[in-house]
Design a protein around this ligand. Structure first.
Ligand code: AMP
Length: 172
């Protein structure tokens, strides 16, 4: 699985600003065979039936989250950047590898106690993941797992989301 991801992710130096090597997952998403392997790999790691809903982090997390939700017959909840959700939200601000951001989720996004699989494309410093995990819980969800397609191990994002576990298909 790591080789499938590694073979389809492109390094884009100095995007979105100098010094950042952006991991572009678009070639992976665009390849039907590789994308299905990634989605199936995540489902089989966590086990269909171990979650009641999938939450995806804007924007590339939406792509993977929706596919997992469809494959397992559950719903999908978006965790969005500030100002995009139309009704009452919980919000959490955090520092990024490149800048600052705020994430939001609808206050009624989850039925109390619903088991939530959280999904994103890349774990870098872990700020995004930590904020999203907090939002899931504040909105009444129970985190059953957190998966990323790819982890930048040298940024030690795992430490930031600890004691939560993160599953990554590929760590570089
Ligand atoms: P972080 O909060 O530092 O863990 O950043 C993770 C979020 O920012 C994810 O939603 C990623 O999509 C994005 N991100 C951060 N760094 C990168 C990178 N080097 N390449 C691609 N996406 C990144």
């Amino acid at each position: 699985m790591a080789a499938v991801v590694a073979g389809k992710v492109l390094d884009v130096p100095d995007f979105p600003k100098p010094g950042i090597v952006f991991k572009d997952l678009m070639p992976l998403f665009a390849d039907g065979v590789a994308f299905r392997q990634v989605v199936d790999g995540i489902v089989s790691y966590h086990g269909a039936g171990s979650f009641d809903v999938v939450a995806g982090i804007e924007a590339r997390g939406f792509v993977v989250a929706a596919a997992i939700a469809y494959a397992t017959g559950v719903g999908v909840v978006p965790i969005r950047k500030a100002g995009k959700l139309p009704r009452a939200t919980h919000s959490a601000s955090y520092a990024l590898e490149y800048g600052e951001a705020t994430l939001e989720v609808h206050q009624d996004a989850f039925v109390g106690g619903q088991r939530v699989l959280l999904v994103d494309d890349v774990l870098a410093t872990g700020g995004t993941g930590a904020a999203a995990l907090e939002l899931v819980e504040r909105a009444g969800g129970v985190v059953s797992g957190f998966t990323v397609v790819m982890e930048l191990g040298f940024l030690e994002g795992r430490k930031r989301v600890a004691p939560r576990e993160v599953h990554a298909l590929l760590t570089v």
